[in-house]
Design a protein around this ligand. Structure first.
Ligand code: TEU
Ligand code: CA
Length: 545
């Protein structure tokens, strides 16, 4: 298997709106990110993934792009971007851009032209259909509630939007769309960016006949043709990193998208571990208990089925997901630090490229201090609340708020907690940040942690350093252990005669596990000392032999 730099990378995800405000308007910006580069360097990450920073009316926090080659004024200017890129490169940090090309904003010039008349040269850039019996062409629901079709009075047709109605889907079957997207990507790569995270990239190919379809069009008929064309025309000419966001994929699909010889992408983000516990009817908004064995089985399947054939991305968190310490760990009292470290280790010692979402390295938690729906900003959350509580009335306010507290995307989007000053060092005292700071910032913040050897930050830093030191962490084969044990998570890795063993306790009680005794050198643990077969609450140990 060829070794590539992106297999050895550690990616740090920055949500620009919530990272660092440099000009005191309550919104994070590019200059703020630039000022914080030394922090990311100190952590030991090597690549920064920036969520969208392009011009956008901001219906979906930048995932509705009105100009792919202009910077969102809230975030600064192209000169600010150039400075950020240059400074990152000086520090040896690469920058991965978000590429959102399943849809644009309805305020993109292409869509403005497209909706203006049926004969516009841009009409076919989007997906327009006649009404069927006076209704939308099919029953698809948009990800952000309501129909996926919007009727447009000007021309008497519907356009497709799988997300909000301000995010019309591009028509990839039109080769002019593809050429425009590929040229735009080339210009960014020529400018020096180091790669792309590709938003919902497995939705770009739609079936020709959409009438009567009930299923969403993931992994559509021409999907791999489009990605191979993108690879041939753009990606292969640059030494870049690519990761596709692909909901609803299996390991089998992954071999096609990101196989070592598939000539498409380097990696994909799968969602099976994120979708665990969802309700068949209400989806993520009603969460059910799940077994640790189910979560372990999902991760083990991805580890073993991709081994030697494709490359995993490893993540617990991103800007769409709740905070992992609150979700799979325990964010109460002393258990927070212990379980944040344990979860970090369980993930980072698997095979793949790890992604750290801003604040994960501090053990930042879900936001328990938002008591009203008014505190939320996310379009998905607000629309779902309206749909379930006000329109369909199939969930009560308390039921919906329980779901929102558990899984709203805004759990990840509260400002980065830098220090214990008012507004957590994200923006100046007296300024209202665009979304409120999590009330626990006085306790959980970077300033507290960067120089504390027992902090979550120091633990992540240590993991990143170990990865550089031991190839087995990156490249070793993976073997799951004790798959049915509902209290502990253990596995081994193997490379060139070496064995790495990880054992972890997922409960708040001590458990006895014979193999936890370990052999060889204790590389890492989240407790002082070693109690052999006893794993203390949320204890994790990593041995190398
Ligand atoms: O997310 C894709 C997606 O399917 C989301 O709707 C996701 O399932 C949901 O947020 C989890 O509940 C990507 C981006 O990451 C997200 O931020 C965008 O809103 C979305 O695409 C549209 O561009
Ligand atoms: Ca700002």
């Amino acid at each position: 298997m060829a070794k590539n730099w992106w297999q050895e990378a550690v990616v740090y995800q920055v949500y620009p709106r919530s990272f660092q405000d440099s000009n005191n308007d309550g919104i994070g910006d590019l200059e703020g990110i630039r000022q914080r580069l030394p922090y990311i360097k100190k952590l030991g990450a090597t690549v920064i993934w920036l969520n969208p920073i392009y011009a956008s009316p901001n219906d979906d926090n930048g995932y509705d792009i009105s100009d792919y080659e202009a910077i969102q004024p809230d975030f600064g200017t192209m000169a600010d971007f150039d400075r950020l890129l240059a400074d990152a490169h000086k520090l040896g940090l690469k920058i991965m851009m978000d590429l959102v090309v399943n849809h644009t904003s309805d305020e993109h010039q292409w869509f403005i032209e497209s909706r203006s008349s049926k004969t516009s040269p841009y009409r076919d850039y989007y997906i327009w259909r006649d009404p069927v019996d006076g209704h939308a062409p099919n029953d698809w629901e948009a990800a952000f509630s309501g129909s996926a079709w919007q009727f447009d009075d000007a021309t008497g047709q519907y356009y497709l939007h799988l997300f909000s109605k301000k995010q019309p889907d591009l028509n990839w079957a039109n080769s002019a769309v593809r050429t425009n997207v590929f040229d735009m990507m080339t210009r960014w790569l020529d400018k020096g960016v180091d790669g792309f995270r590709m938003d919902v990239i497995n939705l770009i190919s739609k079936p020709d006949d959409l009438t009567g379809l009930t299923e969403w069009p993931a992994n559509g008929p021409r999907e791999h043709e489009y990605l191979q064309e993108m690879n041939a025309k753009v990606l292969r000419h640059f030494d870049c990193i690519t990761v596709g966001e692909t909901g609803g994929v299996t390991p089998e699909d992954a071999l096609k998208y990101a196989g070592f010889d598939s000539h498409e992408l380097n990696m994909i983000f799968q969602f099976q571990h994120m979708d665990i516990g969802q309700d068949p009817k209400f989806g993520k908004w009603v969460q059910h208990p799940f077994l640790l064995s189910e979560l372990k089985a999902i991760m083990a399947r991805w580890q073993t089925e991709l081994n030697g054939k494709a490359w995993n991305s490893l993540y617990w968190n991103n800007h769409d997901q709740p905070r992992v310490v609150s979700r799979f760990g325990n964010d109460e009292g002393d258990f927070r630090v212990l379980s944040a470290k344990m979860l970090g280790a369980v993930l980072h010692f698997m095979q793949g490229t790890p992604y750290i979402y801003q604040g994960e390295e501090l053990g930042m938690t879900n936001v328990h201090s938002f008591n009203s729906i008014e505190d939320y900003r996310d379009i998905e959350t607000l629309n779902a609340y309206r749909e379930h509580v006000e329109e369909k009335r199939d969930l009560t306010h308390p039921q919906m708020m329980a779901g929102i507290h558990a899984v709203s995307r805004d759990n990840a989007r509260t400002p980065m907690q830098w220090d214990d000053s008012v507004n957590a060092g994200f923006t100046r005292e007296g300024i209202d940040p665009w979304i409120a700071v999590n009330a626990n910032y006085t306790d959980i913040n970077a300033e507290n942690q960067v120089d504390d050897p027992d902090s979550v930050f120091a633990f992540y830093q240590k993991m990143n350093a170990l990865r550089k030191q031991y190839d087995i962490i990156t490249y070793g084969d993976f073997t799951p252990l004790d798959p049915d044990d509902e209290q502990t998570w253990s596995y081994t890795r193997h490379l060139n005669g070496q064995t790495l063993l990880l054992t972890a306790n997922f409960t708040a009680q001590p458990v006895t596990l014979a193999r936890a005794k370990g052999e060889g050198k204790l590389l890492l643990s989240n407790y002082a000392g070693d109690q052999g077969e006893i794993l203390r609450p949320y204890e994790v140990k990593v041995y190398l032999k």
